[in-house]
Design a protein around this ligand. Structure first.
Ligand code: ZN
Length: 306
C-alpha cells in the first residue's frame, strides 16, 4: 500500500467543481493531493480531521481587509486568497512591496484603484509625496473631499487618471477597481476610456454601481444597464460587485437584466455577499442623508453606527 507524506483522515471532503461531498481520506505526496479514498490510507503523518470540512482554499474577490490581522481572520474562514478588487489601491507596486516586506499568511492581490487615482488628480493636495497611499485608510479618509467625488474629469485630468491606472496594471494590478458610487460625478465618457484601458490589458473592471437607489431616473437599474452597455461598447470584462446589497429591492429586476446580458454573450459577471448586511464609511457620497431613506427604501433605524 502506498504511504503518503500526509493523510487527512475522515474529513468531509467537498469539491464544488465536481460536486464531490462525502467522508473521505486524502493522501498528500510532495505537496500534491495524490489520492482521495473511501478506505483509510497510510501516511507518515495521519491527521484525524473528522467533523471538519476538507475543501479547496476559498478565493475572496471582495476583501477590503488587506493586512496581517485581517488575513489571519480570513484564514479562519478557509480563505487562501484575499483580493481587494472593488476599490483597488495605488501605487500597486508599493502595496506589493509592503506586503512582501511584512509577510502575509495567505495570498493577496489588488486592482488598480480608480478612487485613489481620482483623489490625487482632482485633489492634488491630498497626495502624500506626490502620490496616493496604498491603503483603504487613505481612500476612505478622503470621502469628505468634494472635487474628486463630484466633478467629472476630462482633458489632462482624465489622461492623468488613465496614466496612473495604466502604471498600476503594469505593476501587476488584477484589473481596475471602479467604485463608481464613491465618485458619482464621473460620467460615461470617463468610464469608456477606463474600460478601453482594461480591454487593452485583457483585465476586468470591478464596479460598485453609481446609484444606490431604486428611484428613476438615477436608479441602480439604469446604472447596471449602463455597465452592460460599457461591456458591449468596449469588450472589456465587466464585474458588478456585491449586487445583493447595491440592487436593494430591485434585485429580481437586476438579476433578470444581468442574466439576459450573459445569455447574449456579453462579458458581465457578478458576486454576492454571504451575509445579510453591508457597511461603508461615514461621509460616503451614496449615503447622502437628504434622500437616503427614499432611495434605499429603508429607515434610519436600519442603520447601525459602529
Ligand atoms: Zn462596495
Amino acid at each position: 500500500m502506498t504511504s503518503y507524506d500526509t493523510v487527512l483522515a475522515n474529513g468531509r471532503v467537498i469539491d464544488p467543481e465536481t460536486y464531490m461531498d462525502g467522508i473521505f481520506h486524502v493522501g498528500i505526496k510532495d505537496g500534491t493531493i495524490a489520492e482521495i479514498s473511501r478506505e483509510p490510507l497510510e501516511g507518515r503523518d495521519v491527521v484525524d480531521v473528522s467533523g471538519l470540512i476538507v475543501s479547496p482554499g476559498f478565493i475572496d474577490l471582495h476583501a477590503h481587509g488587506q493586512n496581517i490581522a485581517s488575513n489571519r481572520m480570513q484564514a479562519f474562514d478557509g480563505l487562501t486568497t484575499a483580493l481587494e478588487l472593488e476599490a483597488g489601491l495605488l501605487p500597486v507596486g508599493e502595496f506589493y512591496d509592503n506586503c512582501a516586506a511584512e509577510g502575509r499568511p495567505i495570498n493577496y492581490g489588488i486592482s488598480a484603484g480608480w478612487l485613489a487615482a481620482r483623489t490625487v488628480t482632482l485633489n492634488p493636495e491630498k497626495a502624500v509625496n506626490g502620490k496616493p497611499v496604498p491603503t483603504m485608510t487613505f481612500t476612505m479618509g478622503n470621502f469628505d473631499v468634494q472635487e474628486w467625488v463630484e466633478n467629472p474629469a476630462h482633458g489632462d485630468e482624465l489622461q492623468q487618471i488613465i496614466d496612473l491606472l495604466e502604471q498600476g496594471l503594469k505593476e501587476g494590478a488584477i484589473g481596475i477597481g471602479f467604485a463608481w458610487g464613491y465618485a458619482p460625478g464621473a460620467g460615461l465618457k470617463e468610464c469608456r476610456e477606463i474600460w478601453k484601458l482594461a480591454k487593452k490589458y485583457g483585465r476586468p473592471t470591478y464596479t460598485h454601481i453609481q446609484n444606490l437607489s431604486m428611484l428613476d431616473p438615477n436608479s441602480g437599474v439604469r446604472n447596471v444597464i449602463e455597465l452592460i452597455g460599457l461591456a458591449g461598447a468596449t469588450g472589456a470584462q465587466t464585474h458588478i460587485c456585491h449586487w445583493n446589497s447595491t440592487s436593494l429591492r430591485d434585485i429580481p429586476t437586476i438579476v433578470d437584466i444581468v442574466k439576459n446580458a450573459q445569455e447574449a454573450g456579453l462579458p458581465v459577471t457578478t458576486e454576492a455577499y454571504v451575509y445579510g448586511a453591508g457597511n461603508s464609511g461615514i461621509g460616503a457620497a451614496e449615503f447622502d442623508p437628504s434622500d437616503v431613506e427614499d432611495r434605499m427604501a429603508i429607515e434610519w433605524s436600519d442603520f447601525t453606527l459602529v
